[in-house]
Design a protein around this ligand. Structure first.
Ligand code: ZN
Ligand code: ZN
Length: 357
């Protein structure tokens, strides 16, 4: 699994005219080697591959990557430069999105003989197409999410505090085999539903609320992400109607997903429908994002990403409508782009759901 991924990096070395690339962003390390620790540097060069880490992780690294030479580093940046020099590297790529300025400065100060070349986008593009194991892992995370959500659903009722519900959901995820939550859950009830990123707070849920729950399960390093909006008893006609509009926009966008479809066009399918229904001013964020070893990966689904969808990408589709002081709706599923269109990986039913009160 890791050898073919590193072979793709070899192609990048060639096309970018680099002698090597230094990786230290943990999701990239995991993607290229399986290493799951928090600190290390992978050197992929035209004359070999090596991994450096400190004494906390050397045993773990040797267990997790049997085919890569692992050396223990006392001062990481010095060891990186020494090893690159030993391998004869002069032009070396670094991860421009994640390497800090101070780390870059230390590397530069350690040698004047290496030219550092910013690099990242091409690896993000490699990571966006998931292989069979990655898809199965994400789908398993979605199964855990469904089991956990079903378990705590009876606690979604008037009188429940948003934060308590979020905590119960997190426990249920761990009980069902999830290793972690993917991010801080959004539980936004009643008027707080108008906050697209309303982290669970102290509000007490009330009859007549719509409640938006945006949550995620991390499993084997991969991040699931899903949003459900449910009604506590009878809701106003406005709330019911914006739920129907968002669901329709979500369904239309999924129907538009296929390899080769331009991302701005898929985004426009949902956005134009919401605008036709006179709520265009109340859907401000992008339609979705890639995800996997990170909860937000390339591509971002918006008018600004002028790229086509590719078979094997896993993306979210998550339109919403947010009415200040009234409430909001978001509906989010994880979608696999298949040869013939789209397959929904998430399991929770998104039809309008009125819970008993
Ligand atoms: Zn989400
Ligand atoms: Zn999302």
């Amino acid at each position: 699994m890791f050898l073919p991924r590193r072979a793709l990096v070899d192609e990048i070395l060639e096309s970018e005219g680099l002698d090597g690339i230094v990786f230290s962003h943990p999701p990239n390390l995991r993607f290229l080697t399986g290493f799951s620790g928090s600190t290390g540097c992978l050197l992929v060069t035209s004359s070999g591959v090596g991994f450096l880490t400190d004494s906390r992780y050397t045993t773990q690294a040797r267990d997790q990557m049997v085919d890569v030479e692992v050396r223990e580093a006392k001062i990481l940046h010095k060891s990186v430069v020494e090893w690159l020099t030993e391998l004869g590297c002069r032009r070396v790529g670094f991860e421009e999105e994640t390497l800090s300025c101070s780390e870059m400065r230390r590397l530069r100060e350690a040698t004047a003989d290496i030219v550092w070349v910013p690099f990242e986008r091409s690896l993000q593009m490699l990571r966006c197409r998931k292989d069979k194991e990655e898809i199965a892992t994400l789908e398993h995370a979605a199964t855990i999410a469904e089991a956990a959500f079903t378990e705590v659903l009876p606690r979604l009722r008037p009188g429940t505090i948003e934060r308590d519900f979020a905590t119960d959901l997190e426990f249920a995820i761990r009980r069902n085999g999830g290793e972690e939550k993917s991010f801080d859950f959004i539980v936004a009830s009643g008027p707080r539903g108008a906050l697209p990123h309303g982290i669970a707070a102290d509000r007490v849920m009330q009859e007549g609320d719509l409640v938006t729950i945006d949550f995620g399960v991390r499993y084997a390093g991969y991040h699931h992400d899903e949003t459900v909006t449910v009604a506590l008893g009878e809701v106003s006609d406005t709330l019911r109607s914006i739920h129907d509009i968002v669901l329709r926009a979500h369904d239309l966008a999924i129907d538009a997903v296929r390899p080769g479809a331009r991302i701005p066009d898929v985004d426009a399918v949902a956005r134009d429908y919401i605008a036709q229904c006179d709520y265009g001013d109340f859907f401000g964020h992008g339609l979705g994002h890639g995800l996997g070893l990170e909860v937000h990966e390339w591509p971002s689904l918006s008018a600004r990403t002028d790229s086509p969808l590719q078979e094997g990408m896993v993306i979210t589709i998550e339109p919403g409508i947010y009415l200040p002081d009234v409430g909001g709706v978001r509906i989010e599923d994880m979608i696999l782009v298949t040869a013939s269109g789209a397959r929904v990986l998430t399991k929770i039913d998104k039809q309008f759901r009125r819970l008993p009160v």
